[in-house]
Design a protein. Structure first.
Length: 262
């Protein structure tokens, strides 16, 4: 499996990072001055984000602009006093959803429903693996929310599945533990804080727009949380662990902000 964007930045991280800084000093300073990145996304991760698109002429600058504008959009979309992310109307829903992963879409390896199981680990009393039938049999909730990717794009999606809170209660998870970590069929990993895991807008999603998830979007099980950025929503989940030891994640281990949302 090839790595779509990382290849170019990790071969020459210093060179690309420094070139981005030099060529775009004014824009970078402007973004820094506005202070939004402090404590959330570091300048290092900003450089990495722009490095993601450094393959094309002019794209570094447009990526920097996208990140800058994206931060304004995130503030508007996510930082709400009631801590509930906005929801949208059925007519806003993008069909099909927009694909992203750390590899190209034609390298998606579909997960077979018949052999898939969800393993449980850590501070969970019932570690019996879950099957697709079991997760589909649970009562489902639905939400229409915005997916915001740090690359500077977004779409409104209609997701349904089992609220993660209800799932954690069903497996006897210690909900006083600090973190929930995810492993995925494509070797992606991710983790969220327990407050996000218990948030009413956090689902283990099995369906999109009323139909089972399609392969590129995480069949049979993915996370959808309205309060976090795209990279905090692992697809093709194969294992869930409840733990007090802070887990990392695929992008988090490569410099992205761990919290990644509200
Ligand atoms: N397993 C897995 N989950 C993943 C990723 C991935 O590469 N592998 N990419 C993340 C990123 S960066 C984004 S923006 C979203 C994309 O989800 P979508 O295809 O539904 O838009 O998936 C997230 N979850
Ligand atoms: Mo993303």
């Amino acid at each position: 499996m090839s790595i779509k964007r990382l290849g170019s930045i990790f071969r020459r991280p210093m060179t690309v990072g420094q070139a981005v800084m030099d060529d775009n000093r004014k824009l970078v300073q402007d973004i820094e001055r506005r202070g939004f990145l402090r404590g959330t996304l570091s300048l290092g991760s900003l450089v990495m984000l722009t490095g993601c698109d450094a393959g094309h002429e002019g794209s570094v600058q447009s990526a920097l602009r996208a990140v800058s504008e994206f931060n304004d959009a995130v503030q508007a979309a996510l930082f709400r006093p009631d801590h509930l992310a906005p929801t949208y109307a059925p007519e806003d829903v993008a069909i099909p959803p927009r694909f992203n992963a750390f590899f190209p879409r034609d390298e998606v390896r579909p997960v077979a429903a018949s052999t898939w199981k969800l393993d449980l680990a850590g501070r969970v009393s019932n570690k019996t693996p879950w099957t697709v039938d079991r997760i589909w049999a649970e009562p489902h909730s639905e939400m229409i929310i915005k997916h915001i990717c740090v690359e500077g794009w977004d779409y409104v999606g209609q997701w349904s599945g089992v609220p993660l809170r209800r799932f954690l209660e069903a497996v006897g998870a210690d909900t006083r533990a600090r973190y929930v970590a995810f492993k995925c069929a494509d070797d992606y990993t991710g983790s969220i804080d327990m407050a996000t895991a218990l948030h009413p807008q956090t689902l283990l999603a099995t369906h999109y727009a009323g139909k089972p998830l399609e392969d590129p979007f995480g069949f049979p099980l993915r996370l959808r949380t309205a309060t976090k950025l795209g990279y905090k929503n692992p697809k093709w989940i194969t294992a869930i662990e409840v733990t007090n030891d802070k887990p990392g994640g695929f992008w988090e281990d490569r410099g992205f902000n761990w919290f990644g949302g509200i």
